[in-house]
Design a protein around this ligand. Sequence first.
Ligand SMILES: Nc1ncnc2c1ncn2[C@@H]1O[C@H](COP(=O)(O)OP(=O)(O)OP(=O)(O)O)[C@@H](O)[C@H]1O
Ligand SMILES: CC(=O)N[C@H]1[C@@H]2OC[C@@H](O2)[C@@H](O)[C@@H]1O[C@H](C)C(=O)O
Length: 378
Amino acid sequence: MTTAPGNPDAPLFIGLMSGTSLDGVDGVLVAFSPEGKAELRQHASSPFTDDLRAELLALNTSGTDELHRSALAANGLVRTYARIVQELLAQAGVAPSDVAAMGAHGQTVRHRPREFDGTGYTLQLNNPALLAELTGITVVADFRTRDVAAGGQGAPLVPAFHAGVFGRSGETVAVLNLGGIANLSILRADGGVLGFDCGPANALMDFWCHEHTGQWFDARGDWAAQGRVVQPLLGALLEDPYFRLEPPKSTGRDLFHPEWLRTRLATHGGLDASDVQATLAELTAISCADDLKRHAPDARELIVCGGGALNDHLMRRLQAHLPGVTVQSSLAHGIDPQQVEAAAFAWLARQCLLGLPGNLASVTGARGARVLGAIHPV
Ligand SMILES: Nc1ncnc2c1ncn2[C@@H]1O[C@H](COP(=O)(O)OP(=O)(O)OP(=O)(O)O)[C@@H](O)[C@H]1O
Ligand SMILES: CC(=O)N[C@H]1[C@@H]2OC[C@@H](O2)[C@@H](O)[C@@H]1O[C@H](C)C(=O)O
């Protein structure tokens, strides 16, 4: 099918997501029906080079010459995005002009909702102009700042997409994204949607795993499964006030960073590294499970997406804390867990081009529905 670039009626969109786990980029090519139903056509992913990952991670905290380094890192990120786009187009046999637009999330390096430190801003490194030049496709970027400007958290944004894909009338269903950070969408039986960040998912586990094993993540959770949960440490981690905050709420590496862990470990010396890993996995499982029980006691189904859905140990621990709830990867519902977020940003790009809202005020706490994103046409 040939369509004009940027034509809002064109069915093909690309979504590009590089999330807080900093593992790399996921991209999807999605066809949307006129009603907005998503059909995933292609998926491509690429890990960051070690240098780019290290620089993006470093840019999450204050440092020397940040502006210059941020600009260079954004260019590096966008070149990775462009390679993913070329791969998607080649795999699908479509031309850039067949794609209406792509939603490019960018790399969050700061996320400071007002409650965090009184500032109230969110920052995703990106270079959508360069991405449009490199790909010949209209780029929609900067999805979060409008919601923040409207008094919202700017996150999470996927609940509206989750509702369209996984929601069922007459039944409460929950969707849990386990990326660097965990976010929960509660899709209520009456169509209402609640969503918020639960706390860390993989970010601290990845840090600890890399520091002690040299691996970027604990494949299948095998290492955590060998350890024993250190209850006093788990209790100390769960004491962070974030876990008790009522929604709307969102968080990130600004709060749950290695120093956060080190400070709490300082009073629990001499622990076996695998026991700490087991405790971090338990922190993720218990904080997410408690949030579900608290906010959706009627939910009988938890659909898990994000890379954490591949962590068998974590999935078992979630199930253990949620008797009576079926805990399953989104794969059981026909969607690869690692494609859900990227697909959501394809949907958000479509919403933007159609002039439709991307946020849900019931989730982010914004003053109202807003069209999200800035369009960089070709
Ligand atoms: N096979 C696996 N076994 C265990 N964990 C895995 C596996 N594959 C991926 N993961 C975990 O999933 C993480 C990546 O998940 P994902 O790509 O969903 O996160 P993200 O999108 O970067 O983060 P966020 O959703 O917070 O923005 C990895 O860092 C790793 O911890
Ligand atoms: C500021 C930011 O990038 N937040 C991410 C992060 O990763 C998971 C969680 O924290 C969620 O709030 C959000 O991402 C998803 C895609 C969202 O906005 O729904």
